[in-house]
Design a binder for this molecule. Sequence first.
Ligand code: F6R
Length: 242
Amino acid sequence: MQIIVCENYEELSRKGAELIAAEVKSNPAAVLGLATGNTPIGIYRYLVESYNKGELDFSNVKTYNLDEYLPIDPTDENSYCAFMHYHLWDKVNLKAENCHIPAGNVGMEKAAAECAAYDKQIEAAGGIDLQLLGIGRNGHIGFNEPGDHLLAGTHAVELTESTMAANGPLFENPADMPRHALTMGMGAIFAAKKVLLVANGKNKHDAVMGLLADEITTALPASLLKLHQNLILLCDKEAYNG
Ligand code: F6R
């Protein structure tokens, strides 16, 4: 594991964007696994800035997002789909047909078929070259929540109270937050050629320590990433030192 500790969120965001930009420059048809949430917002801002300076071309890049709430309409402003349109997809020259996210509006009964189709699409694209990950306070990656087992494929999950508490305030009415999500499983994440896990702030310190500790446990899904051959942990001083 390569560990990069940054002074602050700005430096972390710039560094994260540089790593993704390097991937896209070395492979203009790169397949990127993307994350939503607060952590990657700065990274997307710097990527858009580079694109606007003419330094980056996304015309052949494909993106696959980790997760989406269930049920939610893609046009709902709280959807991860809307988040991606706002922070990245609509601001660079990614082709619409190359931007992918699990469909949160399929309904519970069609969720399994949507998940299987999503995994097939990722496989058909040749797998993920670089997977960007945030980390939950409880150590979740994607919405692979702590438990006594984890799943390999994309699947529907019931969100934990910790995740509900962390994300609920982002909804105008926290009670409107869906209690379920569709998430890539550990399989596609582990099959990624490179994983870039980003964490900032004191409230991620315990989760980061869990990743760095020797133990590997499904009670802290991120701890499994220690087994990945090409993991970069990019964090700020607060997440690293507490
Ligand atoms: C989002 C995702 C989640 C977040 C995690 C951290 O696509 O998969 O695992 O990365 O919940 O969220 P923030 O960055 O808001 O602290």
